[in-house]
Every structure is written in C-alpha cells, then in structure tokens.
Write a protein that binds this ligand. Structure first.
Ligand code: ATP
Ligand code: MG
Length: 425
C-alpha cells in the first residue's frame, strides 16, 4: 500500500499543479475578457488558440478549461469585486514561478485584444493582475479603430466586401466616392472585381456623361484589376498581389481609397481584406444574405457558427492580432431596406444584433430601396449628383426631397464609419 502511494503521489501532485496552472490561466483569461459583456465569439476562438498553443496548458482537458473560464467570467459578471478576488486568488500562487507571471499576463492581454478596440475595464483588471503577479502594468494597447479614424495614417482604405453578389457593393463605392470628393478629398477607387468590371464601367460612364454634357462631375482616380490569367496558382496570387500594391502606390496621395470586391470567394477579395482599414459589408434583408455571414438556427434563434465569409474576416483579424497589426473596423449595412415585411425585418434585426456582438461588427442602415438606381448606372450618376438632363421631372427621379434623403443616408453612413472627413472646401 505504502509502495503504491509512493508511486502515485508524484503523479497526483503533478496533475494538481497542472490543474492549478490551468485555473490560473483561465482566471487570467476571464480578467482580460472582462467588461465587454458575455465573452464574444472572437474571444472564444482566442481561448481555443491559447489552450492549443500554450505548452504548459496542453495536458489539461480543454472542456474543463473552458468551464473554468466560464465560471470565472460569470463570477466577474455577477459581482466584479468578488469575482476579481476569486480570480486573483487562483493566480497569486504563481507570482514567483519562473516565466509563469509573464505567460498569465500575455493570456489576459490576448483576450482583451480579441475584443477589438481597447476597453478600459479590461485594462484596469489587467493592471490588478500585473500587480498581483509582481509585474509592471502593461501599456494599454493602442485603440486601432480610433487611431485609424483619427487619420493617424495618411490614407484610409475602405473595402466593400461580401461573398454574396448583388448586395450593392459597387453602387455604394461610387456613392461614397462622390460624397467624399464633394467634401474636397482626393479619392481613389480600385475595382478588384475587374473581370465583371461594374465599377469601372460605372466610372467610365460618368466620365463620358460629364464630357458629353459638358458638366463638372468629379471623377475618382481609378484602377481596375482583373484576375491573373496565369494557370499556376502561386504565380497568379503573387501577380494579383503585385498589381494591388502597384494600384495603391498609384493612388498614394489619395486621402480615401475605396475598393470594390467580387461577390464571390477569390484571391482578389482576400487581398482586399488584407489591405482594409474599414470593411463595409452590404447585405439585403434576406435570410439568404445572413447565411453568408453565419449559420443560424432559426427555430432556436441561435448562431450555430460563422459561415465562409464571416470566418474569413475573423481569421484575418486573428492574423492581424498575432502580428500586432491594426484590426479591420467591420461594419455591416442593411441595404435596400424596403419595409414591406415588418415581421421578417424585425426577426432579421434581432439576429443581426446577436451576430454583431458575437462577430465584432457594427450595424448600420445602408441605402434605401429606390427604383431610380437602375437608371443611374448608364450616366455614371449617383443620388448625390443633379438629375440627368431631361429627367428632372420624371417620377422616380431624385428631385429635391430624394436628394436630401440620399444625402442624409450617405452622411449617416460616413458618420458611422467614424472617419475624419471634415469638409476641406
Ligand atoms: N439601394 C438600392 N435600391 C435599388 N436598387 C439598388 C440599390 N443598390 C443597388 N441597387 C441595384 O442592385 C443591383 C446590384 O447592385 P451592385 O452592382 O452595386 O451590387 P454588387 O454587390 O456590386 O453586385 P456584384 O456582387 O455582382 O458585384 C444593381 O442593379 C443596382 O442598381
Ligand atoms: Mg459589384
């Protein structure tokens, strides 16, 4: 019996140490995730990565670890003071253990960063954690979204992206470009859907119309990029990347660069995400469009998992986080809202709100449904331009009220983007 106990004691002690370290790590994760409501989907994905990649946590059952995290997170949510005492008491025993305090602090930092923009509550909890572990409080992470919006960089790259076709990406690009040019900004546009070329033709039509009618219409500086014809995938991707870099260089000096992307999964759409400061995803009010972002259990009103496009954006932000790059500021706009089916619209509203918290995007109404859009393309006009000659009095033409409403919608969208767009004129 004694012999048996001598054999098992070191193993039991090792398991207990492993369990205590896992609890300390989960308590640190919960402190880092603190202050932004229930843990978001990106934070859960971040937790999975932590459990997967931190060597000293690998021996633990990941389910038990997630349960421990949820317990600490719930305790912090119920009562911050009591939850903090509980979390820090799980952590304090590791203060003098070589390398462990730094690891625990990194875990908390990663969970805070997974939430996106910096959050003061999490920063305060991380400062308590550092103190308990005998480490200096880390400098608060830069608020990426704010820095980008404050015009910290010389330019903002705004990408219109959604793997669903026909949601209004190209139309929205030109409307935003015209609005920003009217504010006095130099604007560049890139058609990454150069194979279809809708935006390129829209802009060419605008140039032609201005020349034909001798009217002063501002036209953005424009580049069109078509998919590479190379059969070698690696060479094709490299060529497309080089073309995009050349286009961005060509447009250097533009305060805003707007990228239109294809309504499908291509290397060019992915490249667009790679250079985006802001991503605008227009969607129509249909469950089909919602399905592109996430799989939804409609009966239970639950999000099952992110779909291909949603996953692409989350992965891109994970990659940026790992490299310390600014995250994409993601905004989903509900375009062409027709208000014909109030029940449907309300249900979409609820699901989108739920999804927005879980996937880290902001929601905003886009352009309302208007028949006149069909006519604008051929003259390269937007709702912000004066109506085409001869169409001033037509039913459905823009008219003063239509102009005002359209302008209001675009202004609302620009304000929601939070960009520095003060009028330069
Ligand atoms: N708010 C709106 N009201 C009515 N029609 C609209 C609106 N926005 C866009 N449209 C029309 O919807 C169609 C699709 O728009 P657009 O080409 O901008 O979408 P897209 O997302 O770029 O499509 P694709 O994925 O094929 O590139 C066009 O006929 C356009 O005129
Ligand atoms: Mg398009």
């Amino acid at each position: 019996m004694k012999f048996f106990r001598r054999l098992t004691e070191p193993l039991t002690a090792k398991a207990a140490r492993g369990r205590a370290l896992m609890e300390a790590a989960m308590a640190s994760a919960a402190l880092g995730a603190c202050g932004a409501g229930p843990p978001s989907l990106s934070q859960r994905l971040c937790l999975d990565q932590i459990l997967d990649s931190v060597e000293s946590l690998r021996g633990n059952d990941p389910h038990a670890a997630v349960e421990a995290f949820e317990d600490f997170a719930a305790a912090l949510g119920d009562n911050l003071e009591a939850g903090r005492v509980r979390a820090l008491s799980a952590i304090s025993g590791f203060a003098g253990v070589p390398d462990t305090p730094q690891m625990l602090l990194r875990i908390a930092g990663a969970m805070a960063a997974a939430q996106g923009p910096a959050n003061a509550k999490a920063a305060a909890e991380i400062a308590y954690l550092a103190k308990t572990l005998g480490l200096p409080a880390p400098a608060p992470p830069a608020d990426d979204a704010k820095a980008a919006k404050a015009g910290a960089g010389p330019r903002s790259v705004i990408v219109l992206g959604n793997e669903k076709g026909g949601t209004g990406k190209s139309t929205t690009v030109l409307h935003l470009a015209v609005y920003l040019m009217a504010q006095g900004h130099e604007v560049g546009t890139v058609d990454l859907d150069g194979h279809q070329g809708t935006l390129s033709r829209y802009i060419a039509n605008r140039r032609d119309y201005a020349a034909r009618d001798a009217c002063a219409l501002a036209v953005p500086r424009h580049c069109r990029i078509a998919p590479s014809a190379s059969r070698d995938r690696t060479a094709a991707h490299a060529e497309e990347r080089t073309e995009l870099q050349a286009a961005l260089e060509n447009l250097s000096g533009c305060r805003f660069i707007l990228l239109d992307t294809p309504g499908s999964h291509t290397n060019l759409s992915r490249l667009g995400l790679d250079v985006a400061d802001t991503l605008i995803t227009p969607m129509n009010d249909s469950f089909l469009d919602l399905d592109v972002l996430a799989r939804i259990d409609r009966q239970r009103r639950e999000i099952v998992e992110p779909s291909a496009y949603g996953r692409l954006v989350l992965d891109e932000n994970d990659r940026r986080r790992a490299r310390g790059r600014a995250l994409i500021d993601w905004i989903v706009i509900r375009n062409r809202l027709a208000h014909i089916d109030a029940r449907n619209t309300r249900e979409m509203d609820k699901l989108l709100r739920l999804l927005s918290g879980r996937m880290g995007f902001r929601l905003h109404p886009g352009l309302s449904e208007r028949v006149v859009f069909r006519e604008l393309f051929y003259n390269g006009l937007t709702l912000l331009d004066p109506p085409a000659r001869g169409q001033e009095d037509r039913v459905g033409a823009r008219g003063p009220a239509g102009h005002a409403r359209a302008r209001h919608e675009i202004e609302g969208l620009i304000a929601a983007l939070g960009l520095e767009t003060a009028t330069l004129q």
